[in-house]
Design a protein. Structure first.
Lengths: 440, 427
């Protein structure tokens, strides 16, 4: 306890062994079963896969954001020469190496949009394209004129190009840090830590930008005439809540298999919990900033986004977010003990993951009713500015849940594929400090 | 880590001091590394000592546990401070905005939670930080300007490179032989006794410091006392001018009297027979709505009457005219409604009323003149609205008058289906 440095416990099991392979298979099995169910449910909706794809965007944003959140820990850890997280950094690296699989799974909604599917994003709808040519009276029924200027950016082809750009940058950066870290396992060269530290600065800048833009493209453009410059930051805060929660669960899961039982202790869980707490508040802070400026400014093209979320059925989801994603975890994660007692931390990790998903659902799903769809019995011809609140239903569908679980399966498979070799960076110069880590 | 510093062995550490000393305060031991300090602290704690402390240049992780120190209650204080700040911030805003001095700003509610969150948030932070900072001082009994251990020369190094553990004589287990031995056995590189200064006066705070604090506190209250007195008393003396050259500046303001000119005015008017560049406004029709001395019935020729001008007129009308005349021109704007609701009377002209067609019968030029110079109690808008925009408003008012008194025949045949004419026109 008292030593500032510690070496790896002689009995420590730090080899992944068959763990990764099993996780890969389990993940794929979950993904296969639940995707089959989702396809069934999506087909039964009979709406040309509209509901299925909306649910898919929510579920995909969930697994994407977890990788984004975990990757931030790695970048920060190198950038500030952190010590405590070295013991769990290899697990985090394996998690971020799920980026390629995550981005491949995302093609399921990106490719249809790129090749002409109209019902997912409003900007891909012919109504939007119509407005490019003629800003006339019919156009205003559906569309705020401000969207017209965005249609160059928000077009199927360019959307796909940017998506590929994000995929390459995230995967490339994550792979760089994972590979250097593994090289250090072989050579023990402390210079590699220095390389990673130098790379982490520019990587952090690129990471911040592409995280913001990915949030703009995939989530914010669901309501294309609406805009909020803090949106990307808000998404990132939510993503980090999810990322750190997932990391806590992942580390605990690995410990349950008898591995890393000596290296990772409540001190590390405590620090993961601190980040969960910090980002819980950060998310609320940015979410409120976004709300309050638009509420105070009271401009129709801004408040419309909140109109659909704060009135009608969606207001109950909004209240649930305020209480469940912020107030409850904020008050209870504040205490030192709720973070150090592992079952309690696990409870909050699961809780926050569920609410992180609800956050994404809350961001995406109110847009669902805006579009005139093929099966729309009520013939709601409503554009983003003219919809009637009463027509906007929360409308929970089983496909929302099954797609989410299927994509979690994809994520687990992605984790498992990279969970090989050492589960701890055995020759990292800061490992001794991390193993002996104590919170004041 | 460096080699342990050598120290001359001294079996009788509590031997009689060579110089004259005060009573014994305690013993202090130095250790070479933070790790050894933690080990020593654990041994001292296990031996049952309670009146001891560790001194190091930086926070040593794990030392609290080794010393057996209970967790601080500071987090509870901070939480309380934060709650107090949040409630206080909300209360302050409620009292100011909603209770003591409610003020109608654009019809916004006097009390609205979202608007109050930022202030409440800042107050939460402020009081939580105060509780954290001052609570830490109080719990640590700071500021402590003097301590008997300061008399030990090595002790100066605890802010630099020394790790020390001191046991006070007040501990009930303190023994002048066993205690130093315990510290030595725990790996101390030196163990030394520390005595109070022989002069008890040194331990007291100097009287002049006490006097200074009392006096400066008293002086600091004087401005408040003066302000309090001024608030509750009357005086025939003129104001005190602390900066007279700022209060009385050597310059003239508009419309002040001035002896320099024959007319006694500071303002210099327009020189007779001149006109400012761009202010000739010779076009009677465009600038005054006159055509050969009569109100013009048409529009100035330089204006193109098109949809753009109509939209401009609608836009300007809705900014300047709707507050009184209403969006449809019937004189039921927000101001008359508000005045009526408070029991007053505010008549705004119904611009489109066919039964009392004052505005309908006005020629265009007179409508223009009305906008420019006002009518009855209506003030002129010449200062706010440029000439071309006034004409655009005239155009829009004409359109309103037409549309509000339209017949079904006025609508193109292919748009008539689904339109129902009212039984009788409103009003």
């Amino acid at each position: 306890m008292s030593a500032l440095q510690k070496s790896l416990h002689p009995d420590e099991k730090y080899k992944a062994g068959k763990l990764g392979g099993s996780l890969w298979k389990i993940g794929l099995a979950i993904a296969a079963v639940f995707m089959a169910l989702s396809l069934l449910f999506g087909w039964r909706e009979g709406d040309h896969w509209k509901r299925f794809l909306y649910a898919y965007v929510v579920g995909w944003s969930f697994i994407f954001s977890i990788c984004v959140g975990v990757f931030w820990l790695i970048l920060l850890h190198h950038l500030v020469r952190g010590r405590w997280a070295t013991a769990v950094r290899r697990i985090a690296e394996a998690m971020t190496m799920a980026f390629p699989i995550v981005f491949i799974s995302g093609l399921a909604f990106v490719l249809p949009v790129a090749f002409g599917y109209q019902d997912l994003y409003y900007w891909a709808h012919p109504d939007a394209a119509l407005c490019l040519e003629k800003v006339g009276t019919t156009c205003h029924e559906y569309l705020h004129p401000s969207l017209v200027h965005k249609l160059g950016w928000l077009s199927g082809g360019f959307f796909l190009v940017r998506y590929i750009g994000y995929a390459v940058l995230y995967t490339g950066m994550a792979a760089y840090f994972a590979r250097k870290s593994r090289q250090q396992d072989e050579s023990g060269d402390p210079q590699l830590s220095e390389h990673m530290r130098i790379a982490s600065g520019p990587a952090m800048i690129v990471y911040s930008l592409i995280t913001c833009f990915a949030a703009f493209d995939i989530l914010m453009s669901m309501a294309p005439q609406w805009y909020s410059t803090i949106y990307g930051v808000n998404f990132w805060g939510s993503a980090c809540v999810g990322g750190f929660s997932a990391l806590a669960l992942m580390v605990l899961g690995i410990q349950r298999t008898g591995r890393l039982t000596h290296s990772v202790n409540p001190e590390h869980y405590h620090d993961i919990g601190k980040w969960m707490f910090a980002f819980t508040f950060f998310w609320a802070y940015t979410a409120f900033s976004q709300f309050m400026l638009q509420w105070y400014g009271n401009m129709p093209e801004e408040t419309v986004w909140y109109k659909y979320r704060l009135f009608g059925e969606w207001q109950w989801v909004s209240i649930a977010m305020l209480v469940g994603f912020w107030a409850f975890p904020f008050v209870f994660l504040m205490s030192r003990w709720t973070k150090r007692i592992v079952p309690s931390l696990v409870f909050f990790a699961v809780w926050q993951l569920v609410f992180h998903w609800l956050d994404l659902y809350w961001n995406v799903m109110p847009s669902y009713d805006w579009l005139p769809s093929f099966h729309d019995k009520a013939k709601i011809i409503t554009g983003p500015l003219t919809g009637n609140i009463a027509l906007h239903h929360v409308g929970f569908s089983p496909v929302d849940i099954t797609v989410w679980i299927a994509l979690i399966g994809v994520l687990l498979a992605g984790f498992g594929r990279n969970l090989t070799g050492n589960l701890i960076p055995v020759k990292d110069p800061t490992l001794g400090l991390s193993l002996a880590h104590e919170n004041l | 880590m460096s080699e342990p510093r050598t120290h001359e062995p001294d079996p009788q550490v509590i031997a009689a001091p060579e110089r004259r000393e005060g009573p014994l305060y305690g013993v202090i031991a130095e250790y070479d590394t933070p790790g050894e300090l933690i080990e020593a602290a654990r041994k001292v704690r296990d031996a049952g000592y309670t009146e001891f402390d560790c001194y190091s240049p930086f926070p040593v992780h794990g030392i609290d546990d080794a010393m057996g120190i209970k967790r601080t209650i500071l987090p509870v204080l901070i939480f309380g401070g934060g709650c107090l700040g949040a409630l206080g911030g909300l209360l302050l805003q409620w009292w100011c905005n909603a209770y003591n001095w409610p003020w109608n700003i654009s019809g916004k509610p006097a009390w609205s939670i979202p608007a109050n969150i930022p202030i409440a948030f800042e107050c939460t932070i402020l009081l939580a930080v105060f509780a954290s900072f001052f609570g830490m001082w109080i719990l640590n009994r700071l500021p402590q300007v003097w301590h008997p251990f300061f008399r030990n020369e090595r002790f100066n190094h605890v802010t630099d490179d020394a790790f020390m553990l001191g046991i006070e004589k007040s501990d009930r287990r303190f023994d002048s032989v066993a205690t130093p031995q315990l510290l030595k056995d725990a790996g101390a590189i030196s163990v030394e006794p520390v005595h109070y200064d022989p002069d008890p006066g040194v331990r007291m705070m100097p009287k002049w410091i006490t006097a200074f604090i009392v006096a400066s506190t008293a002086f600091a209250l004087i401005p408040f006392a003066i302000a309090a007195k001024a608030r509750t008393s009357h005086s025939s003396e003129p104001h005190v001018h602390i900066f007279p050259d700022m209060d009385f500046q050597p310059k003239y303001k508009s419309d002040q009297a001035m002896d320099l000119f024959a007319d006694g005015r500071e303002n210099r008017g327009q020189i007779t027979g001149t006109i400012a560049r761009g202010s000739l406004n010779a076009d009677d029709l465009f600038y005054r709505g006159l055509d050969n001395g009569q109100w013009a019935t048409g529009f100035p020729r330089q204006l193109e009457l098109n949809e753009q001008m109509m939209k401009r007129g609608k836009n300007r009308f809705e900014i300047y005219c709707t507050p009184c005349h209403g969006y449809d021109g019937r004189g039921n704007g927000a101001v008359p409604q508000r005045v009526a609701a408070t029991g007053g009377a505010w008549v705004a002209r119904n611009l489109v009323d066919a039964s009392n067609p004052v505005a309908i019968n006005m020629p265009n030029g007179q409508l223009f003149n009305t906008i420019s110079n006002g009518y009855n109690t209506m003030m002129g808008y010449a200062a706010q609205i440029p000439h071309a925009d006034r004409w655009a408003i005239v155009l829009y008012v004409r359109a309103l008058q037409r549309s509000q008194n339209a017949a079904l025949e006025d609508i193109p045949p292919d748009h008539r289906s689904g339109i129902q004419m009212p039984e009788a026109p409103n009003q």
